[in-house]
Design a binder for this molecule. Structure first.
Ligand code: ATP
Ligand code: MG
Length: 559
């Protein structure tokens, strides 16, 4: 490496990963205010906070969100944990059985290096071919959790490569734990002359497929089941805040790490009042944080039965088939995979076509129709304004009846700040008892953007008081003053070193301080402190208690 490159390497700058970002002051004060408001409002509705892990088993999300959604199929950050540990455990157990004395089997990596034994820790991945001599017989082996047909084929190939070098066909060995062997594997291996050895391991820890959470509803349901919350008074009302992760194309209002504030009501009944109250709480929250121009859309998607949604979906499907060649590729695909999702389409050219499709409201069963009417009446009783949007759907079977979405201005096409709905089948799907459920998730990033766009985001002010001090004696007083003012709730800047008053006042200005408290020898000996109001430059002399009282009064007036 040349000196210049080395220097460049050294100076390498790190940046936040695409789609993630730092939230900085003063903006974080707004985030805090929003979250604080959620704590306050939600607790007045009887909700308790749940704090959840940020990663879970991939399977939990795959099941709850659905394998054929974008979120699960393309956007999840998932990884395997403990794969090589599991493979190594299989190898270790196997070699102990072979050679309990030393628990060592000589292993080699790769035919070209076959003469060079390696250290155990340096063996390379065990799921790859391992070359060894077993009781004098050349052997190619794999030690693997969850073997696949591919392993058999690759072992066979490696054996043949041996033969091509003029050597005898080695022994081929595939070692795994019982219970993970796919159907047809045994006979497939036998035909290929691969010995499939199953060994049992006590306390075997299988590798896990884990994922960063793309949303939190599944985790809340998992926790409800895991902690037997169905034994608590029902319904259980929980809310959460925190980051979610989806590998989407980053743009305004769409990030790969974003934040949600959400709530779920689990258990009890599906009384329409519950749906209405969740929505009332949401609108109260949006009102309290100062979101302007929010629009609430509601719909009912019925339930998963022939006389209700399934019947509608069949009609929708045949209507879509008739206009198939006028639809874009995504919608064409969805006719088969998930026809309801076609209604979600934002493609301009499809809008007139979608407008003519059958409406679900005309196909709801009597119970769902009654439920929907009651939700609307309950919203009216609560003074919640709504608009109906028959195209508001959720593509998953366990979603039912009420769905809702809230949009806000200033966000371009990413204008949904909240989505929610009823999901009575979800807890059961995740292995719990039949449980009613409804919830929502607010996109906090978008909410903040909308607040900022509307100028409603009063940024946190600078300091209340900047203490300009000069001289040792004044410094002692300044420290005491800072302590007392902070105790009284004022934000105070106490410079760590003496500055000329002019410089100190300039600094106070830059920090956006409201007042400068000037403490010099005179002030200390007279016990009269100088307080300068920075906005208009006026000055007054006050005793310590008067000063505190004055600031308190000012604060009361301004808040
Ligand atoms: P969209 O249609 O905008 O992609 P979604 O249907 O994927 O939203 P939900 O899974 O219902 O969204 O999540 C609820 C809310 O979370 C959305 O209304 C939105 O405000 C927010 N949200 C979803 N994905 C992102 C993201 N990648 N970045 C920022 N906020 C997001
Ligand atoms: Mg999305």
């Amino acid at each position: 490496m040349s000196d210049a490159t080395a220097k460049k390497e050294e100076r390498r700058k790190f940046q936040a990963i695409r789609g993630t970002r730092d939230l900085l002051p003063p903006e974080t004060a707004l985030w805090n205010r929003v979250e604080q408001t959620s704590h306050e409002v939600f607790s007045t509705f009887g909700y308790g906070e749940i704090r959840l892990p940020i990663f879970e088993q991939t399977e939990l999300f795959a099941r709850s969100i659905g394998i054929d959604t974008d979120v699960v199929s393309k956007e999840m950050y998932s990884w395997v944990e403990g794969w090589e540990d599991a493979n190594f455990a299989i190898f270790r157990e196997w070699s102990m059985k072979r050679d309990p004395e030393s628990a060592q089997v000589l292993r080699f990596m790769g035919p070209l290096r076959a003469s060079k034994p390696r250290e155990k820790r340096d063996l390379g991945p065990l799921s790859q071919n391992t070359y060894m001599t077993l009781d004098g017989v050349e052997t190619i082996a794999r030690f693997k959790y969850r073997v696949a047909l591919m392993d058999v084929l690759e072992l066979q190939d490696a054996g043949m490569a041996y033969q091509q070098q003029g050597k005898a066909m080695p022994q081929l060995l595939l070692v795994t734990v019982p219970g993970t062997i796919p159907e047809g594997m045994e006979s497939f291996a036998a035909k290929a002359n691969v010995t499939l050895e199953k060994i049992h391991i006590d306390d075997f820890e299988p590798p896990q497929l884990l994922a960063l959470r793309p949303e939190a509803t599944a985790s809340v349901c998992r926790a409800y089941i895991e902690h037997n919350m169905q034994q608590l008074p029902q319904p259980v009302k929980l809310y959460y805040t925190g980051p979610m992760f989806r590998r989407e194309r980053p743009q305004k209002g769409r990030y790969r790490q974003f934040y949600q504030i959400g709530a779920e009501i689990l258990g009890g009944t599906d009384a329409p009042a519950i749906d209405a109250e969740v929505i009332e709480m949401l609108m109260t929250f949006f009102d309290k944080v100062g979101l302007q121009g929010a629009t609430l859309y509601i719909n009912s998607i019925g339930h998963n039965a022939e006389n209700c949604r399934r019947g509608y979906v069949a009609k929708l499907k045949s209507a879509l088939e008739k206009v198939k060649d006028k639809l874009g590729p995504d919608s064409q695909r969805r006719i088969d995979t998930n026809p309801l999702r076609v209604l979600d389409s934002k493609l301009e050219s499809e809008q007139p076509i979608i407008a003519k499709l059958p409406h679900i409201a005309d196909h709801l069963c009597d119970e769902c129709k009654t439920h929907y009417a009651a939700v609307k009446r309950q919203l009216e009783l609560r003074g919640v304004l709504y608009q109906e949007n028959w195209r508001l759907v959720r593509g998953l079977d366990y979603y039912m009846r009420t769905t809702f979405e809230i949009t806000a201005p200033g966000l371009g096409s990413q204008n949904a700040v909240c989505g929610g709905g009823r999901y009575d089948g979800l807890v059961e799907l995740l292995g719990g008892p039949p449980t009613k459920g409804i919830g929502f998730a607010i996109g906090e990033d978008r909410l903040i953007l909308s607040l900022q766009e509307s100028g409603k985001a009063k940024l946190a002010q600078g300091r209340d008081v900047y203490i300009a001090w000069m001289g040792e004696r004044a410094y002692a007083t300044a420290i005491r003053a800072a302590k007392d003012l902070r105790k009284a709730g004022f934000s105070v800047e106490l410079p760590p070193a003496e500055q000329k008053f002019g410089k100190a006042l300039g600094q106070a200005d830059k920090l956006g301080a409201k007042y400068a408290l000037i403490l010099g020898d005179n002030e200390v000996s007279e016990a009269l402190w100088t307080l300068k109001t920075l906005a208009d430059g006026t000055q007054q002399k006050l005793t310590e208690p008067d000063l505190l009282q004055f600031l308190r009064n000012q604060k009361r007036v301004s808040s």
